[in-house]
Ligand binder design. Structure first.
Ligand code: 5GP
Ligand code: MN
Length: 343
């Protein structure tokens, strides 16, 4: 279980697609996280080393705690320049769909990608991939798309091109998708890869500090407020709910990414198996779900909140009002909790 996990036949096909292409687009998911941006930047630097013309086009903006990553300044944000991005995409020979597996997760790029005629390769670790690409690398056993990107480059025979800067990007996605290697990261191979990244010269503590020790005073106060005023513990169901209203966000000068990770805190309460955060945005309530162990919280996200994700980390959104959304969750919680006991 320490060997490369990429399908060797698919890699042969990837080699052909890569050698047939000169202009390549890389698309992370909308509202990109550390894994989406880290894997995109790793792939971007690798392709440039291979002599390709490459461009990352992010469907939307992402938080400042990812902006220290190597080559970050080369990323285009689609919503900041749609025409330029569409021209690049429509003249690309190859498009990588990274860290997502449905155009619904490509945000405003959804219809552009649906119409794009270039060959497409998916590199992703989410369940239930849609048949939207010519070549699909999809593996839910990977802790992150970044881990998979390491495997992908190694399987192409180019492990020696993974330098310290590419390694920093890969390590960032591995830690942001596993809560700093706390959950979803029990395969020995992950640590072999991490070992290689360290051997490549990454500064582990610098990366952790850049990713996690980045709170503004307002963000820290927003966290305190939301745990103090906005938390409800439903001990009978081993669940906690936290919420943030529009007014809370204004009061603490909310910036993109400020609520990242908040949903994890209630899982530190003894006995909790589920935590959900409801965030009231302008025209939609965004929801993040986290669970522990064999609790498929993604089914709740999928069935009731127009979302999905992994078993222990999922997301969704709803047009319901904040309180209505919370009430809906409370209404379905007893039955969901019962299905857990029956297991
Ligand atoms: P987060 O709570 O950090 O936004 O998302 C947690 C996980 O759920 C991520 O892996 C993300 O890709 C996935 N996720 C978030 N929102 C959605 C959604 O609307 N649909 C699907 N299928 N997955 C989502
Ligand atoms: Mn991911």
């Amino acid at each position: 279980d320490l060997l490369n996990r990429i399908d060797k036949n698919l890699i042969k096909e990837a080699k052909v697609l890569l050698s047939d292409s000169t202009k390549i687009s890389i698309i992370p998911h909308s509202g990109p996280d550390g894994d989406a941006i880290g894997s995109s930047l790793a792939l971007y630097q690798y392709l440039k080393k291979k002599g390709k013309q490459a461009q990352i086009i992010s469907p939307s903006a992402y938080p400042v705690f990812l902006k220290w990553l190597p080559e970050n300044s080369d990323v285009w944000i689609y919503t900041n320049g749609k025409k330029k991005a569409e021209e690049y995409l429509n003249s690309s020979d190859l498009i990588f769909i990274v860290d997502h597996n449905s155009f619904k997760r490509s945000g405003d790029l959804e219809t552009v990608l649906e119409k794009a005629t270039a060959k497409k390769i998916m590199i992703d670790h989410h369940p239930e991939p849609e048949p939207i690409v010519d070549l699909m690398f999809s593996d839910v056993k990977m802790c992150s798309t970044c881990e998979m990107m390491y495997e992908f480059i190694e399987a192409l025979g180019d492990e020696n091109l993974i330098d310290d800067r590419i390694s920093e990007c890969i390590y960032t996605g591995i830690i942001t998708d596993t809560g700093g290697l706390s959950y979803n990261s029990s395969q020995p191979r992950t640590y072999q890869i991490v070992g290689s990244l360290i051997a490549n010269g990454i500064d582990k503590s610098k990366i952790h500090s850049n990713v996690y020790d980045n709170f503004s005073p307002d963000r820290m106060k927003l966290l305190g407020h939301c745990l103090d005023q906005g938390m409800e513990v439903l001990s009978d169901y081993q669940a906690a709910i936290i919420k943030l209203t529009k007014e809370d966000l204004v009061r603490f000068n909310y910036k993109d990414g400020d609520t990242e990770g908040f949903v994890n805190y209630p899982l530190s309460i003894q006995g909790m198996k589920m935590s959900v955060i409801f965030i009231e945005k302008d025209d939609v309530v965004k929801i993040s779900f986290r669970s522990k162990g064999n609790v498929p919280i993604n089914s709740v996200a999928r069935e009731y909140f127009n979302g999905g994700g992994h078993m222990n980390a999922a997301g969704g959104r709803t047009d319901l009002k904040l309180d209505e959304a919370i009430n809906l969750f409370k209404k379905v919680l007893p039955d969901f909790h019962k299905t857990l006991e029956e297991k």
